[in-house]
Design a protein around this ligand. Structure first.
Ligand code: RB5
Length: 145
């Protein structure tokens, strides 16, 4: 599994925690985010990550900012990107099963009730269910056209 991961200054430690966990699962992570707390603009990070993803070679993208909100809004402006922003392990499981996202976002300043490792596992250990959910995902993507 090859992941592209990006973050702004609001999620440096969270990004490192995510990479550490995914590497223990054997995932390859390409980090295009920042590694200091010098201020950057999250739309720039989202654009770089999404454009690289669309160009090919990655299975999923992960984006992190202070809340996960700004960077997920930015990612969802890029054609072909469906970026989910799960609140907990249930949502990270359900979004994979129902929405088939190609990106997930998290917030470095958010206190999640579940461990980030559990949220990642419930996402990556779940399969997209297809069927009626594929029809709905197709309708999401048709909005871009
Ligand atoms: C940066 O201060 C902060 O606004 C950003 O990380 C994010 O939370 C925006 O949605």
């Amino acid at each position: 599994m090859k992941i592209i991961i990006g973050n702004d200054h609001g999620a440096v430690n969270l990004k490192k925690q995510i990479i550490k966990h995914l590497e223990t699962k054997g995932f390859e992570c390409e980090n295009i985010g920042v590694d200091t707390e010098d201020s950057v603009d999250y739309p720039d990070i989202a654009k770089i990550a999404c454009e690289k993803y669309i160009a090919g070679g990655y299975d999923y993208g992960i984006l992190c900012c202070g809340t996960g909100i700004g960077i997920s809004i930015s990612a969802n402006k890029v054609d072909g990107i469906r970026c989910a922003l799960p609140q907990d392990s249930f949502a990270s499981h359900a979004t994979r099963a129902h929405n088939n996202p190609n990106f997930i976002a998290f917030g470095g300043r958010i206190e999640y009730k579940d461990k980030i490792e559990d949220m990642l596992d419930s996402f990556f250990d779940t399969e997209f269910e297809g069927g009626r959910h594929q029809i709905r995902v197709d309708k999401i993507m048709a909005i871009e056209k």
